[in-house]
Design a protein around this ligand. Structure first.
Ligand code: NAI
Length: 358
């Protein structure tokens, strides 16, 4: 695959390939945008079947990070790193991640990374032996911030659908009681909602039943629960034509990435008068916790930024209505416009470029 003609190339600033001979590390870093502030994005380890697959993944994910950043109101560019998993290289996992840390360090602070699919905190710790530009080892708790952001998104959706963001008496169906979903269950229960949930992990279900009075549902029926809100917090791709047809509530807002199997399915949700909070806005709380770790701002400032997720969603819902778009389309439209505005603002004026060159 050519990088320049890849579907998600979208004028990426840099795509860097790296091979470390000593460990066998094969990695790529894609920097979609490099504005004034550094670029951010996790590192993913996957057994890609080909280099093309890894290139397509890294470009799509780093572009997605720019969208997430601008909708979270932060001017960090999107980036992502992928490591092509290789059994030989993974025999000494610590050495592999130390080599990855050395690669990240070469960006001299223009790229911050942390845990994504396939990595553990120990892997980030190994990277940290060779670079300071990693997140997730400090006191911040991205999953807790994500849960709080998701609840803000649920409130925005409920406000749109029912005219008030009071959750008391509403029924919320949570798919996946992991780090984020459990936090959502706790918060909405505390706000007076009735929680229904499904998970493949019996321990998580027992905990949620005992502490938050959760009503347990089968894993394959949680989306169809008699609930006002469906909150996907497990895996992506849970909203297809069939599951959308079976939803009972008026609101979908959750943490899982890429909830719609196809962005065009936003129309199916719209046709059923279901308010969909686009996933990359609803789950922006984790990013805000990472930004807090980089910048060191106060918890009060984090609260303010998390609350802003609701205002952003209000803007998306209004934009969708006034332009006859789905909320997914409206979110992408607003994000693309914000990215274009930042591109323009950070572009060096021609006269200045000439002066520097001479
Ligand atoms: P996690 O791995 O802690 O929790 C996922 C939970 O879903 C687990 O309890 C698992 O047993 C359960 N699960 C898996 N398949 C299931 C199924 N088919 N039906 C029901 N439950 C199932 O993950 P975490 O951190 O809670 O993240 C949840 C989702 O949110 C993921 O898709 C993640 O990519 C996304 N996300 C998480 C962020 C964070 O800060 N942790 C930030 C942004 C997005």
């Amino acid at each position: 695959m050519s990088v320049f003609s890849a579907p998600d190339f979208d004028h990426h600033e840099r795509v860097i390939f790296h091979h470390d001979q000593a460990t066998g590390l094969r990695a790529m870093v894609a920097i979609h945008r490099d504005w004034t502030l550094p670029s951010v994005g996790g590192t993913r380890l996957r057994a890609y079947t080909s280099e093309d697959e890894a290139i397509a993944d890294v470009l799509k994910l780093s572009r997605g990070m720019s969208y997430k950043c601008v909708m979270a109101g932060v001017e960090y560019g999107g980036a992502k790193a992928v490591i092509m998993a290789d059994d030989d290289a993974l025999r000494d996992r610590e050495a592999l991640f130390e080599a990855m840390g050395a690669f990240v360090d070469r960006f001299r602070g223009r790229f911050y990374t942390g845990v994504d699919f396939g990595l553990s905190v120990d892997d980030v710790r190994a990277m940290h032996h060779r670079t300071d530009y990693v997140c997730g080892l400090g006191h911040s708790d991205p999953a807790a911030a994500t849960s709080r952001g998701v609840v803000t998104a649920i409130r925005a959706g409920v406000r749109r659908a029912f005219g008030s963001d009071d959750l008391s008496g509403l029924r919320v169906a949570v798919q996946g009681l992991g780090k984020v979903g459990m936090g959502v269950a706790r918060l909405v229960h505390a706000a007076g909602a009735r929680v229904l949930a499904a998970d493949t992990n019996a321990e998580a279900l027992a905990h949620a039943r005992e502490h938050y009075g959760v009503e347990v549902m089968p894993v394959d029926r949680i989306h169809a629960a008699e609930a006002d809100v469906f909150c996907p917090c497990a895996v992506g791709g849970v909203l297809d034509e069939t599951t959308i047809g079976e939803l009972k509530g008026r609101v979908v807002a959750g943490a899982a990435n890429n909830q719609l199997t196809d962005v065009a399915l936003g129309s199916a949700l719209k046709a059923r008068d279901i308010v969909y909070a686009p996933d990359y806005i609803a789950n922006g709380g984790g990013l805000l916790a990472v930004v807090q770790e980089i910048e060191g701002f106060s918890d009060t400032e984090l609260d303010r930024r998390l609350a802003h997720i609701g205002e952003t969603l209000d803007e998306v819902f209004r934009d969708a209505e006034s332009h006859g778009l789905t909320t997914a389309e409206a979110a992408d439209r607003i994000a693309a416009a914000r990215i274009a505005a930042l591109d323009e603002r950070t572009e060096m004026p021609a006269s200045e470029a000439t002066r520097k060159a001479s």
